[in-house]
Design a protein around this ligand. Sequence first.
Ligand SMILES: Cc1cc2nc3c(=O)[nH]c(=O)nc-3n(C[C@H](O)[C@H](O)[C@H](O)COP(=O)(O)OP(=O)(O)OC[C@H]3O[C@@H](n4cnc5c(N)ncnc54)[C@H](O)[C@@H]3O)c2cc1C
Length: 211
Amino acid sequence: MQHVGDDKMIVNAARVSFGGDNLAPLSGKDERLLRYLLRHQHGSPFEHNLITFKVVCPIFVDRQMVRHRSGVSKNEISGRYVEMQERNFMPPAFRRQAPSNRQASVEDDGTLDQAAATHIWEEAWRAAYGAYQALLTLGVTREQARGVLPQSLYTESYYTFNVRSLLHFIGLRDHEGAQYETRQFARAMAQLAEPLFPVTFREWRALHAGE
Ligand SMILES: Cc1cc2nc3c(=O)[nH]c(=O)nc-3n(C[C@H](O)[C@H](O)[C@H](O)COP(=O)(O)OP(=O)(O)OC[C@H]3O[C@@H](n4cnc5c(N)ncnc54)[C@H](O)[C@@H]3O)c2cc1C
């Protein structure tokens, strides 16, 4: 991970409108300004910074991440250039479909046959990855052969956010409504970014507490 900027940079971007930007350490007044900006949705001062993550995640997680368009840059490994490695996400535990919310899941209450589910998942992966290898051995091009690989395959990307787009992403994806697996990535990204912009995150969390 790498980053540019800090809480002070956000304050200075806001203060430049009245010529008040400065190099002094972050003051109590600056912290109150950050709170004000967040509460009143003055978003642009939060865009003058960059946070780059290397994200190695299953394709089904990446498909959700890539929906975040504003203030987000991405470069991803290409299955046309390279042979995809044998990296399969295996859920540590399977969940049931939620009875009321059609896109949500609920913890296993002990009635799900976890061993059978694991076996089916592993067999499907083995068959798919084996087919991929077999197609390559036949001489089929990588860009076509990858079509048989499942969504549990790991992909890897550089994602760059600014603080505004990152907070928006975390708000939507580190949330109980988001898929559990995607939430783990959003939470890890928040944990990495929070020490870099501690006052912004503290005030943003206070604003959204209980949501
Ligand atoms: C729990 C959950 C379930 C979801 N389920 C589905 C689903 O079933 N199917 C599905 O297709 N997607 C689904 N999504 C994706 C969702 O619809 C958004 O595409 C995704 O969350 C990105 O949010 P966003 O558009 O606000 O972010 P960004 O693309 O980063 O945009 C940030 C903000 O910029 C503004 N903006 C960006 N683009 C435009 C534009 N073209 N016009 C006007 N304003 C714009 C908006 O204010 C937007 O909130 C789901 C997301 C979540 C969190």
